[in-house]
Design a protein around this ligand. Structure first.
Ligand code: ADP
Length: 263
């Protein structure tokens, strides 16, 4: 198959002159495809060995036959296995999100139910250190893929917990206006310096790698959020004040929404 992929860029000069630049990006496109396939294959292949390791570790811990003084190392091995499993799952999810077609999800997801579910999960992650509230006055359903929407909402809520180490309130809000529906998560945590904001959704980008790792982060959460949003015609806005806290907002266009009261 020798079909080519071209991009065209047109710049007009006055009435009847234009500069047209055509680029052949076939090679670039193929390389991207190879990278994605490679990551997806490696992630998939890592799952089986990880399951075996996690299984035997658990058996050993439960058996009471672990060598003396091995409790701490064994606990650490389990924790790191859980972490690596999370990383591998996130990589696989990201590879799938990048390759599958957009706008194909047909689930009707209740925003209020999703927010309550995510708030519950965030509360258990928080272990009572934060006061997590939900405000959803006008419930809607979003048309899309339920699992992906859950990942996007949950990632923001979990980040709010992870990056407000001193606790404090976390507000999950849903609001409608002429432009569409907006889901926001507001925390009173460490905040983000504005220079970092444009890069937050890059894979493995972290403001502070040490802190992220400590809190169990993989650096893939916001990359996943971005790709879920792309596939739902939505976008992300971030506002933050270092030392005071952040607000992350998912903006959904009106055509993806149905008012729950009209159902
Ligand atoms: P991670 O797994 O490291 O949390 P993410 O992709 O979810 O990865 O986030 C990328 C980086 O953005 C984080 O490492 C952190 O530095 C920053 N970040 C994300 N959410 C918040 C937040 N609510 N408050 C402060 N920093 C945040």
């Amino acid at each position: 198959d020798d079909s080519r992929i071209l991009t065209m860029e047109v710049t007009r000069f006055g009435q009847d002159e234009a500069l047209v630049i055509v680029r052949d990006v076939t090679r670039l496109h193929n390389l991207e495809q190879m990278r994605r396939d490679f990551v997806a294959n490696v992630s998939h292949e890592l799952r089986t060995p990880l399951t075996v390791i996690a299984g035997y570790l658990e058996t050993l811990q439960m058996s009471g036959q672990a060598p003396r003084n091995w409790e701490r190392p064994l606990t650490q091995m389990s924790e790191q296995t859980v972490r690596m499993t999370g990383l591998v799952n996130d990589l696989l999810l990201l590879a799938r999100l990048e390759t599958s077609e957009r706008d194909t999800g047909r689930d009707r997801v209740s925003v209020r139910q999703l927010m309550e579910q995510v708030a519950g999960e965030a509360r258990s992650l928080s272990g009572g250190r934060h006061e997590i509230t939900v405000e959803c006055i006008e419930d809607c359903t979003i048309t899309g893929t339920a699992g992906e929407l859950h990942s996007a909402f949950a990632n923001l809520a979990f980040n709010a917990v992870k990056y407000s180490p001193d606790g404090g309130p976390i507000e999950l809000r849903w609001r409608l206006d002429a432009a569409g529906g907006h889901f926001s998560v507001k925390d009173c945590g460490i905040g983000i310096d504005p220079v970092h904001i444009p890069r937050l959704t890059e894979r493995f980008y972290r403001v502070d790698a040490g802190r992220s790792r400590e809190s169990g982060g993989t650096g893939l959460g916001l990359a996943i959020v971005k790709h879920v949003l792309l596939r739902h015609g939505a976008n992300l806005t971030v506002s933050s004040v270092p030392g005071r806290g952040s607000t992350f907002t998912l903006n959904f266009p009106t055509h993806k929404l149905t008012l729950a009261s009209s159902a």
